[in-house]
Write a protein that binds this ligand. Structure first.
Ligand code: MCN
Ligand code: CUN
Length: 808
């Protein structure tokens, strides 16, 4: 692995200037920001994590779901008698059993409803039809074969392009008054200003860009254990959830159970990548199963169930139009999108944003006019629609604009780096209104771009490419320069099902100076136990090993909306910084009393308050903590103990960005694409833990290689899912990815308490365009100007023969 992360930070003009690398001061055990080894790793790398499937409760039963083999069919009858008679089977639940409980349908995250078990008709292959509860997993699974369902098969609608045809089968006849498959039309930008911009243009290029359906495919699939206590009325729910508090509230509303009697526990989670944001029928079935059986019930899906039925991602068919002057000044951009949401509208995004943050489609550039339109439709495919490290559709937006810029560069016969440099938003233009409804907080795009060009050796690469082209070899250089918006709230603009997107934090410092910080977000592998301890450490000077981070248990943590859209650092990280400052302020009052001076005469240095001008007279935070719990008379207005709590409502999103470069070689005989080099230069503001950031970036880049070259969930015309196992749904291994090269610049967020922006999804958002642009660049000598993901050998080879949209 090549890394340039230990070079001195590139300085910046906004906010604090970093003149040294904080990591270098304490390379092993920084008290604050720096390369601290992950606290959670000892248990993970020794196989001692506590995942959902590791949990075994006394007397626990196991559930299994019977899934529909067809995409669209009316249910004529279900015969469960043979299954019920099998050894070990305790109960078989069907939709008819759920109807009187009002649980046959539950709300989705987008104010639609979703069926838990089919009552009327099947709407996608893999939909939940019946639930068996048995003594063990095998008895439950085996019994599925003894349930006999008669289906009256209906023609399905699979292709989103046909969903609005007059003769298209109606997917949602359950919704009153509905006569077609249309969900919602959404638009942003200014159509008039965009028309005017296009009218001035010397060059206009149109391009269709498809972001295919893909799947987050986390290592641990989704599951739940419900443990209902009929005596006390308590429901303890262990589940793989990225948002335990929001799940608790929704479950209380759906199941009619009192919220204070519901205890959600999300243990170690083997990856989420957005897959674990929603509430799946299986969770509800485990709850119902526990209520009817009086025992804990575990439901854990297998890999095929996960790929076929849980939240997919993307499925956007985008028509782009870009306008510019002949010397490459950008004028206008139009996006017209057809969004396939599957059978239920279950996309997870803030309520006012039915197309997520597609508002970011203008990217990192200045335009005279932009206009975006998204139309979403129902089809007979699995529901979902956002998840997979997407920052709420920023993935689609970034891919769209970065492909369009390259398409224009081809038309203008201009270098794609030069075209970008010519049109970047300048540092002094921030805060910047992107003309599509979002205000970017900060950025130094040109500086980051030039830094990346230097690191990759852009000019030399172009020379190498020219030499290779002269010899008939296919080498590509692809660029993507993306801007994300992450960290939803504020609450006045952003909610999910009416819950404002805020997060709480509580900090308690014990008498011996050890601390516990309780947060409302939930790690699925992002190292929150490490990095949130580092935020506390940075702010108050207690070593991170003395700070315990508690998360994932609703009874022990403050309310908040959870982890997705890379919002943990922007929102919960802000809450943690502010709660620590609140404790520090309280410590100041106590220290003043201890030192018999006034609070305003004290000065803070990491870990202690001391008297201004007399550094020897001071009290460490540990000494203050002991005094706060002791017998000392406390100053007026100060209560005992050293603790505080806050709820943080962020003023805006944070806008991380990056310059990505990808070098590919293409085998002329087979069409196989090899990613030879990939450089990611990211700017996520203040860097809490550079090692964790690198890990996040490496993982996201692997996602990018997967989506650009391998991953797709396809369906045949009957609606059979063709990506239902890892034999067909290909994800990258170490064989398919290069040694990543990373770099960074630091432009702090001006509104975030520690200047940090999110990083968790940047590389997944930013990398696919760089890879596909590189493939197109490699194929330029053959006249290729576009290709769709995934760039499999078959598809690339077809493109080399001049076929525009060849098969996978
Ligand atoms: N970080 C940092 N300095 C910054 C920004 C972040 O050190 N300036 C650290 C954070 O403290 C945190 C990690 O990087 O430990 C990611 O932070 P953040 O960007 O706030 O993202 P979240 O913690 O909210 O994680 C969510 C994001 C999303 S939405 C998906 S999807 C995704 C991703 O994280 N899923 C992941 N990365 C993943 N990584 C793993 N291992 N597993 C997943 O499921
Ligand atoms: Cu969109 S996947 Mo992440 O936001 O959980």
């Amino acid at each position: 692995m090549t890394t340039v992360d230990d070079r001195p930070l590139i300085g910046h003009e906004q906010g604090r200037i970093h003149d040294h690398n904080p990591a270098a001061d304490h390379p092993e055990r920084p008290v604050g920001f720096g390369r601290l080894q992950r606290k959670e790793d000892p248990r993970f790398i020794r196989g001692q994590g506590n995942y959902l499937d590791d949990i075994v409760l006394p007397g626990m039963l196991h559930g299994a779901i019977l899934r529909a083999p067809v995409a669209h069919a009316r249910i004529v009858s279900i015969d469960t008698s043979e299954a019920l008679a099998r050894p070990g089977v305790r109960a078989v639940i069907t939709g008819k059993d759920l109807e009187p409980l009002n649980l046959a349908w539950i709300p989705t995250l987008s104010y639609d409803v979703q069926s838990v078990l089919v009552t009327d008709k099947v709407r996608f292959q893999g939909q939940e039809v019946a639930f068996v509860i048995a003594d063990d997993r095998y008895a439950a699974r085996d019994a599925l074969e003894s349930i006999y369902v008669e289906y009256d098969i209906l023609p399905p609608v699979i292709d989103a392009r046909k969903a609005l045809d007059a003769d298209a089968p109606l997917v949602r006849d359950d919704l009153e008054g509905r006569t077609d498959n249309h969900i919602v039309d959404w638009e942003c930008g200014d159509a008039g200003a965009t028309d005017a911009a296009f009218a001035k243009a010397d060059v206009v290029v149109k391009q269709e860009i498809v972001y295919p359906r893909v799947h987050p495919a986390p290592m641990e699939t989704c599951g739940a254990i419900a443990d209902f206590n009929a005596v006390t009325g308590d429901l303890t729910l262990y589940e793989t959830s990225q948002a335990p508090h929001a799940h608790r509230t929704v479950i209380a509303m759906v199941a009619g159970l009192p919220e204070h009697k519901i205890h959600v526990i999300s243990p170690d989670i083997g990856g989420g990548f957005g897959n674990k944001v929603g509430i799946y029928p299986g969770y509800v079935l485990a709850i119902v199963g526990s209520i009817v059986s009086g025992k804990p019930v575990k439901w854990m899906e297998d890999r095929s169930e996960n790929l076929m039925s849980t939240s997919f991602a993307r499925d956007y068919i985008m028509q782009g139009e870009i306008a510019a002057t002949k010397d490459g000044r950008l004028l206008g951009l139009r996006a017209d999108v057809l969004a396939d949401h599957g059978a239920f509208n279950g996309t997870a995004q803030p309520t006012k944003y039915p197309a997520g943050f597609f508002n970011l489609f203008p990217g990192s550039y200045t335009w005279e006019g932009v206009y975006g339109k998204v139309t979403s439709v129902y089809t007979n495919k699995a529901p979902g629609g956002v998840a997979y490290a997407c920052s709420f559709r920023v993935t689609e937006a970034a891919y769209f604009v970065e492909r369009m810029i390259d398409r224009l560069a081809i038309e203008l016969d201009m270098d794609p780096a030069e075209l970008r440099l010519k049109n970047f938003i300048a540092p002094e233009q921030f805060p910047y209104d992107n003309k599509a409804g979002f205000e970017y907080d900060s950025g130094q795009y040109e500086k980051t771009m030039r830094h990346a060009m230097g690191l990759i050796g852009y000019d030399e690469l172009r020379q190498e490419q020219a030499d290779k082209r002269a010899r008939g070899e296919l080498m590509g250089i692809g660029i993507s320069f993306f801007t994300e918006g992450v960290g939803a709230g504020p609450r006045k603009h952003m909610d999910i099902l009416g819950l404002g997107m805020n997060d709480g934090a509580e900090l308690r410092i014990h008498p011996t100076g050890k601390a516990v910080v309780r947060i409302s977000v939930q790690s699925q592998g992002q190292a929150h136990e490490t990095t949130f301890a580092q935020i506390v450490a940075e702010e108050i000077g207690i070593p991170p090993e003395d700070i315990e981070v508690v998360h994932g248990i609703t009874d022990q943590t403050p309310f908040g909306l959870g982890t997705y859209g890379s919002r943990s650092t922007p929102v919960s990280g802000g809450a943690v910084a502010l709660v620590t400052r609140k404790v520090r302020d309280k410590a100041r009052l106590i220290a003043a009393a201890m030192l018999e001076t006034r609070p305003e005469d004290l000065e803070w240095e990491k870990g202690r308050w001391f008297v201004k001008g007399d550094p020897t007279a001071g009290k460490t935070i540990q000494e203050i903590a002991l005094a706060a719990h002791g017998t000392m008379e406390l100053p007026e207005g100060v209560d005992g103990n050293l603790d505080a709590e806050v709820t943080y409502d962020p003023p805006n999103l944070t806008y991380p960005y990056g310059a990505y470069f990808c070098v590919t070689d293409i085998d002329k005989g087979t069409g196989k694409v090899t990613v030879r080099r990939f450089l990611a230069v990211d700017d996520c503001g203040t860097r809490i833990n550079p090692m964790v950031i690198e890990g996040q970036v490496h993982g996201g880049l692997a996602d990018g290689v997967g989506m650009a070259l391998m991953e797709i969930i396809e369906f045949d015309e009957d609606g059979n899912c063709l990506g239902g196992s890892f034999m067909d749904y290909l994800i990258p291994t170490s064989m398919e990815v290069p040694d990543w090269e990373t770099g960074f610049t630091v432009t702090e967020s001006p509104h975030h308490p520690i200047g940090a922006k999110g990083i968790g999804e940047s590389a997944t958002v930013g990398s696919p365009a760089a890879i596909v642009n590189s493939v197109i660049d490699a194929l330029r000598p053959l006249g290729v100007t576009a290709i769709d993901m995934p760039c499999t050998p078959a598809r690339v080879w077809e493109a080399m023969q001049g076929n525009a949209r060849p098969p996978i």
